[in-house]
Design a protein around this ligand. Structure first.
Ligand code: CAA
Ligand code: NDP
Length: 291
């Protein structure tokens, strides 16, 4: 199937990155969010990140202008109905995602492919709540989307070969690399990455190290580009906790138990960069560790 028009649901950090790379690659993109604020912030972020690519000589000013012209926003979910491809990138909560697909369904063309950018939730279960499980897939981008090369492709039990091939070709058109993962909790990247982040939070909780020493250790001692706590703040602590809960519930192994300190930060509303406070406080000039 030839994909030309793309509807992105959720204009948070992933939704804006996904809209950015699709518009730059020549797709017509409509970005939806329930909040007007989120839509304006997303457009401002996309403009800033495109400008950064222009200033580093990665794209031209004309590429940027053309990408911006291909970007549309809406608060009305049904405006996405005529898209060839839907990418759901709303909050990591199954009830939120299921409701979005249910609301969209009556307005879709029969051939529209549905995908979710979920970090962890069962693709088979999300697909089973739609009228087209054979045209449903996990389409997992990494953060920051304009920079990261990988896209995980996750088939549900009913996903057909044509859908897989179509999305594989879309990933190539974006200039990214696809990796196939089976539909088990958190797939590949987060099955490995999130327990490491959770272990870093336990290391902090048990007083083995401070925020600064844990992050410095992993940056300088293991050559990670960001320390695990800095990365957790970057991803969003609510998303990290949601993924750990899916691993814990789905694999029924105590090794995936979310650290109580991670739960506490989320309960405080300290969700990381997006709320300006997490393992670091971002309200000043430079990030200050909170422990
Ligand atoms: C939770 C999930 O479900 C799955 C996930 O996504 S897990 C998270 C996966 N992501 C990671 O692990 C990210 C780890 N961190 C990194 O790789 C790096 O710190 C980083 C790429 C984010 C930033 O790198 P840095 O060297 O500190 O910063 P900086 O020099 O400003 O940026 C590096 C490059 O990225 C570009 N860049 C950074 N953010 C960007 C953005 N949002 N948009 C466009 N370009 C961006 C910069 O322009 C720069 O480009 P050049 O190399 O051409 O100069
Ligand atoms: N953060 C990361 O590093 C990665 C995240 N993901 C996945 O991407 C998805 C989005 O994550 P992320 O962008 O970080 O989250 P954010 O919290 O940044 O953004 C989520 C956005 O979805 C909006 N939203 C909530 N409910 C609805 C709805 N019913 N309809 C439309 N929009 C809605 C939220 O609005 P409001 O704020 O008003 O609630 C918010 O703007 C999640 O499934 C996450 O697991 C995948 C890869 C990496």
């Amino acid at each position: 199937m030839d994909i030309r028009t793309v509807g992105v649901v959720g204009a948070g950090q992933m939704g804006n990155g996904i809209a950015h790379v699709f518009a730059l690659a020549g797709f017509e993109v409509t970005l939806h969010d329930i909040s007007e604020d989120a839509l304006s912030r997303a457009l401002a972020t996309i403009e800033k990140n495109l400008e950064r690519q222009v200033s580093r000589g990665k794209i031209t000013g004309a590429d940027k202008a053309a990408a911006v012209a291909r970007l549309h926003t809406t608060k009305t979910l049904t405006d996405l109905g005529q898209s060839d491809l839907i990418i759901e990138a709303a909050t990591e909560r199954e009830t939120v995602k299921t409701a979005i697909f249910e609301d969209l369904q009556p307005h879709l063309k029969p051939e529209t492919i549905l995908t979710s950018n979920t970090s962890s939730i069962s693709i088979t279960r999300l697909a089973s709540r739609t009228d087209r499980p054979e045209k449903f897939m996990g389409f997992h981008f990494m953060n920051p989307v304009p920079v990261m090369q990988l896209v995980e492709l996750i088939r549900g039990i009913a996903t057909d070969e044509e859908t897989f091939k179509t999305l594989h070709a879309v990933v190539e058109r974006l200039g990214k690399t696809a990796a196939s993962a089976e539909d088990f909790p958190a797939f590949i990247v987060n099955r490995i990455l999130m327990p490491m982040i959770n272990e870093a939070v336990y290391t902090l909780y048990e007083g083995v190290g401070s925020v600064k020493s844990i992050d410095e250790s992993m940056k300088l001692g293991a050559n990670h580009p960001m320390g695990p706590l800095e990365l957790a703040d970057f991803i969003g602590l609510d998303t990290c906790l949601a993924i750990m809960n899916v691993l814990h519930d789905g694999l029924a192994d105590t090794k995936y138990r979310p650290c109580p300190l991670l739960t506490k930060y989320v309960e405080a509303g300290w969700l990381g960069r997006k709320t300006q406070r997490g393992f670091y406080d971002y309200r000043g000039e430079t990030p200050v560790p909170t422990r």
